[in-house]
Design a protein around this ligand. Structure first.
Ligand code: FDA
Length: 392
């Protein structure tokens, strides 16, 4: 199978979806991947249960230099379409929280489903294939691989982003885009834990393992989900979400008491139990270890009776909008996604085809469209893969 209609580079979420759709249209499709197993990121996703989509998916759940780019593909292949496919394969699923859909069993069921669909449609998957060089000497693409040269009318780049290099992730999509003269928006790690230095790092380290429900904000963007202290800094869903928005050198704001009027709570406590320590009163709003550490860090000490309204108001403010400036992120080593990527202004939002290079398509994470945490990144992979699959 050396002379193809469609050659898909990358047998992950987006590449398999594109291969399925193209093969269903009768195209001769080959999906190649350098890994020994396909779709390894699906396998490890969602703690092994794959958060495969989100019921509440809208374009507002995606970051991109052009926030409108994702609209067309998401509209033409929705979360409900993917769910229908999951149900067709009798894969049991559940909604965990905030519209996030997971397999009841294992993420491997999603991989098996995609491989079964690809095979049924007549598409072929070839693993353990290194891509050596790509060229377009004439109307067709020529791709030199470790298993020979392949030729195809359409070339779909679905090699994802560089997050988790240990799993074989690469920046190949960017290199290829640049080779063909396409602009690439500077990639950076997203959905990634934030790291701190000095006193904040030590504080986080001492609190490692403590988790709280928090509202975390950067400028006008806020997420309310769990926050987890780690040895290196902060993690948990609310932090991963805000990491995609955070800009270096700027603080994030953490509200540790999102449902409580902390000033009123402390003032009432002062009235009712004036002999109580301020630290103990704070401990009624926060986990004990956290209350201890923060009281020390914010120098909140002494009996309630001795605290003025001003002091209580300051304490409430510190708990409700704790300003912390990360020094960085944990980087691609642990990032769930990569922000940035092939500039969407280079691509058709309907087909994902490059305007400069007819026949060249980019889909999935390699494109400058990045979802929030919660199944949105897979939905982008399915939707963009489907969009290209209709036309290649
Ligand atoms: P993907 O990375 O899936 O596939 C790319 C394929 O290309 C891989 O098979 C790779 O081997 C291959 N490849 C790469 N470079 C190559 C090269 N040079 N030559 C040949 N082949 C090459 N999202 C979500 O919605 N819900 C979730 O639960 C999770 N959970 C999650 C957990 C963890 C730990 C991570 C790291 C990520 C997630 N994600 C997620 C994000 C999600 O996995 C990701 O956005 C999609 O897999 C992207 O799909 P793609 O098909 O674009 O790339």
């Amino acid at each position: 199978m050396h002379d193809l209609d469609v050659l898909v580079l990358g047998g992950g979420a987006a590449g398999l979806m594109c291969g399925i759709e193209a093969a269903k249209r009768g195209r001769r499709v080959l999906v190649v991947d350098h890994a020994a197993k396909p779709a390894e990121k699906i396998r490890i996703s969602g703690g092994g249960r794959c958060n495969f989509t989100n019921l509440n998916c809208t374009p507002a759940n995606f970051l991109s230099a052009n926030p409108r780019f994702c609209i067309s593909a998401l509209k033409r292949y929705t979360q409900h379409d993917f769910l229908a496919l999951v149900e067709k394969h009798r894969i049991a699923w559940h909604e965990k929280t905030l519209g996030q859909l997971f397999c009841d069993g294992s993420s491997k069921e999603i991989i098996r489903m995609l491989l079964a669909e690809l095979a049924a449609a007549g598409g072929v998957l070839q693993l353990d294939t290194e891509i050596k060089a790509v060229s377009k000497p004439d109307e067709r693409f020529s791709v030199a691989t470790s298993r020979g040269t392949l030729q195809a009318a359409s070339l779909v780049v679905a090699t994802g982003g560089p997050s988790i290099p240990k799993m074989g992730a690469t920046g190949f999509a960017y290199e290829l885009a640049r080779q063909f003269g396409l602009n690439v928006i500077a990639p950076r790690a997203g959905l990634v834990p934030l790291t701190f230095s000095d006193a904040n790092k030590e504080l986080c380290s001492r609190l490692s393992g403590v988790s709280v429900d928090a509202k975390v904000s950067f400028q006008k963007t806020t997420f309310r989900e769990g926050l987890l202290f780690t040895h290196r800094g902060l993690s948990g869903p609310s932090i991963l979400q805000i990491s995609s928005y955070w800009q270096e050198g700027r603080p994030i704001s953490v509200n540790l008491v999102p449902d409580t009027d902390a000033f009123e709570t402390l003032r009432r406590a002062r009235q009712e139990t004036p002999k109580q320590d301020l630290k103990t009163a704070i401990g009624q709003m926060l986990p004990h270890r956290l209350a201890e550490e923060l009281s020390q860090a914010f120098q909140l000490k002494g009996r309630l009776a001795d605290q003025s309204d001003k002091v209580l108001r300051r304490a409430a403010e510190q708990l409700g909008s704790w300003q912390l400036t990360p020094v960085g992120t944990e980087g691609y080593r642990t990032a769930e996604v990569t922000l940035g990527g092939v500039d969407t202004s280079e691509l058709s939002s309907r087909t994902m085809e490059s305007a400069r290079v007819p026949g060249l398509y980019f889909i999935g994470e390699g494109v400058d469209v990045t979802g929030h945490l919660g199944g949105f990144n897979f939905q982008w992979a399915w939707s963009s893969g489907h969009a290209a699959g209709q036309v290649v």
